[in-house]
Design a protein around this ligand. Structure first.
Ligand code: AMP
Ligand code: ZN
Length: 481
C-alpha cells in the first residue's frame, strides 16, 4: 500500500521491519469523559487502516493505551489534571471515573464496529516500566531533575522537531490555551517525564519512585506501553493530528534516546472533525456523543459511513444535514443489497478476485475510503449474478465494517414480515401480527363512524403495547417502537 507519512510529508510505499507483519500503536483515549464523535473519527479511520492491512495480507499486532493518569489540560504539562477534573465533576474517585469511561469508550467502539486492539493497556498498570525508562534517560544524560520533577532535555537532540519546522510548531504551542511558563525547564520545549512535586495537593494517584512519590508525565506512557508490547521497532504509529506536536514529537525524543536507534518509521495522523464553529473538543463544553446520535434516531453506522466518505487527511465538517444525507445514502445502499438474491447463481471466483484486486489498489492509495464506498456501488452494478455480488460486498465489508449483509438480511426479514389486511377499502400495513392488524382496523372503522373517542382509546391501547400507528392514504400502517 501507499501511505502518507507525516514524518517525511510524503506518500510512500508502506514498509515493515518484519516482512508481512505490522507492529501498530494507537494513542488511546483520556478517560475523564465520554469520547466525542471527533475522537471517534480518528478511531474509525485507524480501525479501517488496521483492517485494510490485514485484508492486504499482513498480520498486525495492534496496541493501545488508556490514559488514566498524567494528561494535563494543556498538552504541554500545564493546567489541571484531566482525570482529577472528571472525578471532581462527578464526585467519584479517579479510578471509578477511569473504569466508567473506559467501558463507555469500548461500548461506543462496539456500536461503530471498531475492533478492540489486540492489547489495551491503562497507563496506571505499567508504572515500573516508565520508571525504568526515566532512570535510563537520566543515566544517559537526556534528562535532569529540577524543582522535584524529572524533565527531558530537548537540547541534547540534534533533531527534536520531526513533523514540522520549529516556527510552525512554536506557533502551534503559542495558540494553545492555558500555556504557562514552567521556571524549572531549561529549554522551552523540555517536558516532564515524572512529577514528584505535584501541583495538585489532592492528586489521587501517586507511586514511589527513585525521585520521590509522584506520577508519570503524559508522553512517557505511550513510549513505555509501545516498547513493552510492540518491541523496539514500531512500524506504524497513529493518532489525531493534534497529537503530532508535542505528544508524538516527545514520544520520539524519549524512545529513540532510550533505545539508541530509530524507533518508528511511519506516522499516520487523522485530521479533525470540525463543526461550523471550529474543532470539536471537550474543553469547549458541548460535544456530540454516539449516544446522542442514537437518541436522535441515527444509526451509529451511518456516522461511520459519513466518515468513510471523506479522506482522513482532510478536515471533515459535521452538520446534521450532512449526517442526514449519510443516513439516507446508507439506507438506500442497504435496500439495494437486500434486493439481491443469494440463490441467483453461484460465486464466480474470477470476478470476485478481480474486484478484490481493484479494491486493494484503490483503497491502498493512502487509505482512500471514499473509493472503498464507490467500490460498493460498482459491485452492485457488476455484470454478474446475485451470489457473486453479495460475495464481493461481504469481502469489502471486512475492511469497511458497515454490517452490510447483516443489516440487509434484517431489512429483508422486516419486509417479509410485513402483512397487509384489508377491509372495506381500508388497508392496514404492519409487522406481521394479525391481532394488532385487527385493532388498527377497528380504529379505522371507529374513525369512519366519527367515533373519535373510541378511535383514540384504541390508539392508546396500542401505544401501551409499544405500537405506533400512522395514518396513510387509504388506511394506516403500524410499527413497533
Ligand atoms: P483524547 O481522548 O483527548 O486523548 O483524544 C483521543 C484521540 O482523538 C486523539 O488521537 C486525538 O488526537 C483525537 N481527536 C481529538 N479531537 C479530535 C477531533 N475533533 N477530530 C478528530 N480526532 C480528534
Ligand atoms: Zn500517545
Amino acid at each position: 500500500m501507499q501511505l502518507y507519512n507525516s514524518a517525511t510529508h510524503k506518500k510512500e510505499p508502506f514498509e515493515t521491519h518484519t516482512p508481512n507483519h505490522v507492529e501498530m500503536y494507537t494513542c488511546g483515549p483520556t478517560v475523564y469523559h465520554f469520547a466525542h464523535i471527533g475522537n471517534l473519527r480518528s478511531y474509525i479511520m485507524e480501525d479501517v487502516l488496521e483492517k485494510f492491512l490485514r485484508y492486504d495480507g499482513y498480520s498486525v499486532n495492534r496496541v493501545m493505551n488508556i490514559t488514566d493518569v498524567g494528561h494535563l489540560s494543556s498538552d504541554a504539562d500545564t493546567g489541571e489534571d484531566k482525570m482529577l477534573k472528571g472525578a471532581r465533576r462527578e464526585h467519584k474517585t479517579v479510578m471509578e471515573i477511569a473504569q466508567y469511561y473506559t467501558d463507555a469508550f469500548f461500548e461506543d467502539c462496539r456500536k461503530l464496529n471498531i475492533k478492540r486492539p489486540d492489547t489495551v493497556q491503562p497507563a496506571t498498570g505499567l508504572i515500573d516500566d516508565f520508571i525504568h525508562i526515566v532512570s535510563t534517560l537520566l543515566e544517559k544524560g537526556y534528562a535532569y531533575l529540577a524543582g522535584g520533577n524529572v524533565y527531558f532535555d530537548t537540547s541534547k537532540l540534534d533533531h527534536y522537531y520531526v513533523f514540522n519546522n520549529q516556527d510552525e510548531e512554536d506557533l502551534a504551542v503559542g495558540v494553545r490555551e492555558g500555556v504557562e511558563e514552567d521556571p524549572n525547564k531549561r529549554n522551552k520545549n523540555d517536558f516532564v517525564l515524572w512529577f514528584t512535586k505535584s501541583k495538585f495537593e489532592d492528586q489521587a494517584l501517586k507511586w514511589d519512585s527513585p525521585w520521590g512519590v509522584g506520577y508519570p508525565g503524559w508522553h512517557i506512557e505511550c513510549s513505555g506501553i509501545s516498547l513493552k508490547y510492540n518491541g523496539e521497532y514500531l512500524d506504524l504509529h497513529c493518532g489525531g493530528i493534534d497529537n503530532a506536536f508535542p505528544h508524538h514529537t516527545n514520544e520520539i525524543a524519549q524512545s529513540e534516546s532510550y533505545l539508541g536507534h530509530p524507533w518508528c518509521k511511519q506516522w499516520f495522523h487523522v485530521h479533525h472533525l470540525n463543526t461550523n464553529s471550529g474543532k470539536m473538543s471537550k474543553s469547549k463544553g458541548e460535544f456530540l456523543t454516539v449516544s446522542l446520535l442514537e437518541e436522535k434516531g441515527y444509526d451509529p453506522l451511518a456516522y461511520r459511513f459519513f466518515c468513510l466518505q471523506s479522506h482522513y487527511r482532510k478536515g471533515l465538517v459535521f452538520s446534521w444535514e450532512n449526517l442526514d444525507n449519510a443516513q439516507g445514502a446508507y439506507n438506500k445502499l442497504l435496500k439495494k443489497i437486500a434486493a439481491l438474491d443469494s440463490k441467483d447463481g453461484s460465486v464466480d471466483q474470477a470476478v470476485l478476485d478481480e474486484y478484490k484486486a481493484k479494491f486493494v489498489e484503490q483503497v491502498g492509495n493512502d487509505l482512500n475510503t471514499s473509493m472503498g464506498i464507490t467500490a460498493l456501488y460498482d459491485a452492485l452494478k457488476a455484470k454478474t449474478n446475485g451470489a457473486t455480488k453479495l460475495a464481493i460486498l461481504d469481502s469489502f465489508d471486512q475492511v469497511l465494517s458497515l454490517s452490510l449483509l447483516e443489516k440487509a438480511a434484517q431489512l429483508r426479514e422486516k419486509q417479509a414480515a410485513q402483512t397487509q389486511s384489508n377491509a372495506g377499502g381500508y388497508t392496514v400495513t404492519g409487522e406481521g401480527a394479525p391481532a394488532i392488524d385487527a385493532l388498527v382496523l377497528a380504529r379505522g372503522e371507529a374513525k369512519k363512524a366519527k367515533n373519535f373517542a373510541e378511535a383514540d382509546r384504541i390508539r392508546d391501547e396500542l401505544k401501551a403495547q409499544g405500537i405506533e400507528v400512522t395514518d396513510v392514504p387509504g388506511g394506516a400502517s403500524w410499527k413497533r417502537i
